[in-house]
Design a protein around this ligand. Sequence first.
Ligand SMILES: Cc1cc2nc3c(=O)[nH]c(=O)nc-3n(C[C@H](O)[C@H](O)[C@H](O)COP(=O)(O)OP(=O)(O)OC[C@H]3O[C@@H](n4cnc5c(N)ncnc54)[C@H](O)[C@@H]3O)c2cc1C
Length: 314
Amino acid sequence: MGTILVYSERDDLAYELISQARRFQAVRGRSVAAALLGDPGDRAADFFAYGADRVFAANHPTLTGLRPEPVSAALAQIADSANADTVLVDSTRRGKELAPRLAQKLGAGCVTDAVAVRWENEWRADRSALGGNTVATDRIVSPRAVIAVMPKVFERGAKEARSGEVAQAPVTADAPPVRVVETRPKGGAGTSLDDAEIVIGIGRGFAKQEDLALAQALAEALGGEVGCSRTLATDFHWLGEDRMIGLSGKRLKPRLYLAIGISGQIQHTVGITGAKLIAAINSDKEAPIFEMADYGIVGDLYQVVPALTAKVRK
Ligand SMILES: Cc1cc2nc3c(=O)[nH]c(=O)nc-3n(C[C@H](O)[C@H](O)[C@H](O)COP(=O)(O)OP(=O)(O)OC[C@H]3O[C@@H](n4cnc5c(N)ncnc54)[C@H](O)[C@@H]3O)c2cc1C
């Protein structure tokens, strides 16, 4: 065994994982391999540039889309071909479906939702526990490990002038037990929150769904995206779950995070600790969000937000 294998169905996340695998190379002495499933196009060039020593490609119709079974089977075969003792995948919803299936096939220990990973004569991974109130460190004591890492935990490294040969992985794909009948784009507008430089986070301080237009107007004026607390996504269903920030949602690293009508419970704020600047608008001056905000306005959002939007538009 001597390889760290990386896989993500999203290339941007694969670059983060490859960059980190390369850093682990120094302490763990393993080569870095990346799995490229589906249409390879010219994607392998970037995998090499971010640090992969080898790229294993497998292109089969069953290996794309919502199919964790064939994807985990293919990755297990690639892990064996690559002589991998460690597999890093992303801890998105898909990644979390994939990781335990892959670990079972490899007889590996598995951790998902990792927010930090280190090698200390064994893999150790930190993850939030007890509803986000503490951080638990999981140890993987088995010879093989599958670790699903939250997006943005690892910094994407700089590209280097490296290249390599793509190996065609000898993957045998069985017919998947689940047949995808139809796929449809998710409803709801807006681009992804993940890369937004400015994020307006909105919470229960908004009394009615129609009032979210106030936040949308401010986001448009600032060139930002709207995200929300769990209350608005899963309790009220005013925004999709892809907009939810926090322990059960996204972890973001925007330049500016503006929390409006959000109390700042730990389960929410774990999603914004990477923000460069945090500002908050809340009518309660004791709201916990002010403890971590760089700037705060104590006031009624129904007065502050339209005034702020008008000011930005000027
Ligand atoms: C296991 C677990 C996982 C969780 N995961 C997440 C997660 O990923 N993300 C998440 O967000 N939450 C999560 N939660 C829920 C979390 O604990 C909080 O309940 C939630 O974040 C609160 O949402 P909120 O701030 O919108 O609402 P509240 O806590 O109700 O806060 C509303 C705020 O709005 C202010 N306000 C009210 N009216 C106005 C006004 N007119 N103008 C200005 N301010 C006003 C109030 O002062 C208050 O501070 C999780 C909880 C658990 C147990």
